[in-house]
Each structure stands twice: as structure tokens, then as C-alpha cells.
Design a protein around this ligand. Structure first.
Ligand SMILES: Cc1cc2nc3c(=O)[nH]c(=O)nc-3n(C[C@H](O)[C@H](O)[C@H](O)COP(=O)(O)OP(=O)(O)OC[C@H]3O[C@@H](n4cnc5c(N)ncnc54)[C@H](O)[C@@H]3O)c2cc1C
Ligand code: FES
Length: 388
């Protein structure tokens, strides 16, 4: 579950598409983005203004660069703000490498890794990106508009620039010794699962996605219609006004997973849908839907791994369900993350630590996580008896 090196890179917005109520998919072109894996996340903020203070940075940002960034936030949002964390929902690398251009001695090496500043480096040229010898890369994040930062993101259009710090955190391990993998996602826990489904498909695991939302119109998925596919000979995704599907309708008793969404369909991954208000699929929370599916489709605990991401109460239900049955469960936790790199301590959560006298310790979710074994998580801080 170890993390890879991270960079600060300037990305171009390729598109910013409305997926459903309050949810957008932002696609960024990020040349030189390092190797990353499902479960990892990026930290985003506006790129600096067009003053030459953009491009690829090492960690030794000077005062001017820092002022440039905070001013950019202030200008757009009326207040200085920190970066915002988003799971990587998809990543595509171009085959073709951009031409390599020789760098002058002392110039900033493109794609410098965090923690490895190069002595004597200088600020990048205004169009440093063309010097990047790395292949181009498109990265998706799916976000829900909840506050000032995500509101700013919803205003981005093609050609705008965004500063990307990442990839950060650890990743979901792919358990090749287990044939079955279930992904349980609630709300904005869905994005990392879309990319995880790709990795599971490549590893030839038998995967099922369980996706929950408060209501059908808050599910950032596209529902398919088999009826259209049969008549037209070509599958055309569609979303009806309510988000319900014609053709293959998600099971309302959660005992059957169906190929009802375009995104998971493309990865041959059946889906169970649950909504709190019963507007689509199972009426209730996605943990209960998973339990109903498990009753109808039992799998040997040794042969199953569960991945979960979403609201903490939901993940705790899933984790406890799995632990009670001896099923391995990996939980993608979320905390407010000011720095994303282990410096500010804003993201702590309590984890079991047998070697500690108290039996527990705080873990930094941004560097040790966000993915934890369910057995590690305490959910409440022992000496306070309350959530952190
Ligand atoms: C590792 C990680 C991955 C994430 N992945 C995604 C993702 O894929 N898609 C997505 O939409 N969101 C994701 N988030 C949550 C996202 O970071 C917050 O929604 C975002 O920072 C809100 O910024 P804002 O300025 O719009 O809202 P703010 O004005 O900062 O806050 C608005 C509301 O959201 C709450 N909030 C803010 N940050 C967080 C947070 N980190 N966790 C929980 N509640 C928060 C605040 O308490 C407040 O109630 C992730 C968070 C983490 C830590
Ligand atoms: S977000 Fe700063 S230490 Fe984790």
C-alpha cells in the first residue's frame, strides 16, 4: 500500500462536465503526472496567474510563488484557502512521448519529486510544460459542490489552469489471491471505485460495485438502456429525468447485481444501487443492500475482499459487517486535509497499535492512509470516547 512520489504540476482543464445534481467530472491534462494507483488522491488549487509563476515546481517554492498562489485563491474566492483533496477517479496516459528538449544547467528539472529539491534550481519558464519529457496524462476527478472550493471548481472551463499536487496517500491493494472483490461506495466515495474497478478488471477479479446515494439524482452514474441497444443495434447511454433506467432496472431487493450503468458496464462490473429515499434500486443505505446481496449470494470469506469509501457511518457498518464474518476489508478514510503531505497534523485518526501501552495511536490519514485495513480503525478516540 506504499505511496509513490508526488509532484506539483500545472494542469490544463480538458472538460468539466455536469454528471447529476451537484456532481461534476473534471478532466485535467497533467503532463508528467507520476505513476499512481486507485485509492490515491490529488490536492487541487488554482494555478498562479499568468506571471511566469507556474509550471512544475519543486518543494522549494519561494515567497513570490506562495504569494502568487494565495492571491489566486483570494482573487477567485474572496479569501485565501488551502488546497482541496480529491480521489483520482480515472487516469489515462498517452502513448506518445512529447519531444525531449535539453535543459540548461541549473534549470528546474521537470517533474521533480517531493523531498528531492535540486540545488541551484530556478523558477520555470512561463511555458515550462513543453519541456516536460514525460508522456501526457489525463486525470479525472468527480466532485460534489459543497463549499467555496468546489464552487470554484464548478466554474472551470476548458483551457483554465489548475495546480495539482499528487499523487498523494497510499492505494487499494489488489488481492490476487481472492477471486471476488466487492466495492461499496456511498456519495462521493464513488470516484475511487471507478478507477479501482478498472484495476480489478485488469487483474481478472470477479467484481461487484455497490453504489449508494441519498437520492437517484445524486448518483454520479449514467444508466444504460438495453431496450435502446436492442432496437438501435448500438448501446446508447441515457439518463431519464429521475435517473431511473429503462431496460435493466437496478434490483429493488438488492439480491441481484445488474449491468445497469455505463461506467461499470464498460468494465464488465455489475452494480447494486441503493438510495436512501427509495427513488432507485434498494430502498435504504448501501451497507444494508450489501448485506442483502451477501445473504443471497454467499461467498467464502477467504475468497472475498471488500473495498469501501464514503460517509464514515456507512464505512463503519461495512467494516464491522466484514470483520464479524472474517472478510478482509479495506477502508478509504476521509479527513480535512490542509497540507496532504504529513506536515500540518490536521488529518489524524485513531488506529490500533498493539505495541503502544495504550493500545492505540494517531495516524496521519494523508500519508499513512487514506486506505486502512478495517481491523486497524478505531472510529472513536479511546480516551475521549468521541469522533475526531
Ligand atoms: C482523501 C480525500 C479524498 C476526497 N475525494 C473526494 C472526491 O473524490 N470527490 C469529492 O467531491 N470530495 C472528495 N473529498 C472531499 C473534498 O475534499 C471536500 O468536499 C472539499 O475539500 C470541500 O471543499 P469546499 O471548499 O468546497 O468546501 P468547504 O467550504 O471547505 O466545506 C464545505 C463542507 O464540506 C465539509 N468538508 C470539507 N472538507 C471535507 C473533507 N475533507 N471531508 C469531509 N468533509 C469535508 C466541511 O466540513 C463543510 O461542511 C475528499 C477528501 C479527502 C480527504
Ligand atoms: S493533511 Fe497535513 S498532516 Fe495530513
Amino acid at each position: 500500500m506504499g505511496s509513490s512520489s508526488a509532484c506539483i504540476l500545472t494542469a490544463d482543464v480538458v472538460s468539466n462536465v455536469v454528471l447529476c445534481r451537484e456532481h461534476f467530472r473534471l478532466t485535467l491534462r497533467v503532463p508528467g503526472f507520476p505513476e499512481a494507483r486507485p485509492g490515491q488522491f490529488v490536492h487541487l488549487c488554482p494555478a498562479e496567474r499568468e506571471t511566469g509563476e507556474y509550471g512544475v515546481w519543486d518543494l522549494q517554492e519561494d515567497e513570490v510563488a506562495w504569494r502568487g498562489r494565495t492571491e489566486a485563491w483570494r482573487e477567485r474566492l474572496g479569501e485565501p484557502m488551502l488546497r482541496r483533496a480529491f480521489s483520482i477517479a480515472g487516469l489515462r496516459r498517452a502513448e506518445r512521448r512529447s519531444p525531449q528538449i535539453e535543459e540548461e544547467p541549473g534549470s528546474l528539472r521537470r517533474g521533480d519529486r517531493l523531498g528531492n529539491p535540486i540545488p541551484g534550481t530556478r523558477s520555470p519558464e512561463p511555458d515550462a510544460r513543453i519541456l516536460n519529457p514525460e508522456p501526457s496524462c489525463e486525470l479525472d476527478v468527480i466532485y460534489r459542490v459543497v463549499g467555496a472550493g468546489t464552487r470554484w471548481m464548478s466554474t472551470l472551463t476548458a483551457g483554465d489552469r489548475v495546480s495539482v499536487l499528487g499523487p498523494l496517500g497510499n492505494a487499494f491493494p489488489i488481492r490476487t489471491d481472492k477471486r471476488h472483490a466487492w466495492m461499496i461506495a456511498g456519495g462521493v466515495g464513488l470516484p475511487p471505485m471507478l478507477w479501482l474497478a478498472e484495476a480489478l478488471q485488469r487483474a481478472e477479479r470477479s467484481a461487484v460495485a455497490f453504489c449508494g446515494a441519498r437520492s437517484a439524482d445524486l448518483l454520479a452514474l449514467t444508466f444504460t438502456s438495453r431496450a435502446v441497444a436492442r432496437e438501435g443495434g448500438e448501446e446508447r447511454p441515457h439518463r431519464s429525468a429521475t435517473g431511473t433506467a429503462s431496460g435493466i432496472v437496478p434490483s429493488s431487493d438488492a439480491r441481484t447485481a445488474t449491468l445497469c450503468t455505463t461506467e461499470f458496464n464498460a468494465l464488465n462490473t455489475p452494480v447494486v444501487i441503493a438510495t436512501d429515499d427509495g427513488s432507485l434500486g434498494f430502498h435504504g443505505h448501501i451497507g444494508a443492500a450489501m448485506a442483502a446481496y451477501h445473504d443471497a449470494n454467499p461467498v467464502s470469506p477467504e475468497d472475498l475482499v471488500i473495498y469501501t469509501c464514503g460517509p464514515e457511518m456507512m464505512m463503519r457498518f461495512v467494516a464491522e459487517f466484514a470483520l464479524a464474518r472474517g472478510i478482509e476489508c479495506l477502508v478509504c478514510m476521509e479527513r480535512s486535509m490542509a497540507c496532504g503531505m504529513g506536515t500540518c497534523q490536521s488529518c489524524v485518526l485513531p488506529v490500533a497499535e498493539p505495541s503502544d501501552a495504550a493500545g492505540w495511536r494517531y495516524s496521519l490519514c494523508c500519508t499513512e492512509g487514506p486506505v486502512y485495513e478495517a481491523s486497524q480503525l478505531l472510529w472513536v478516540t479511546p480516551d475521549r470516547g468521541c469522533r475526531v
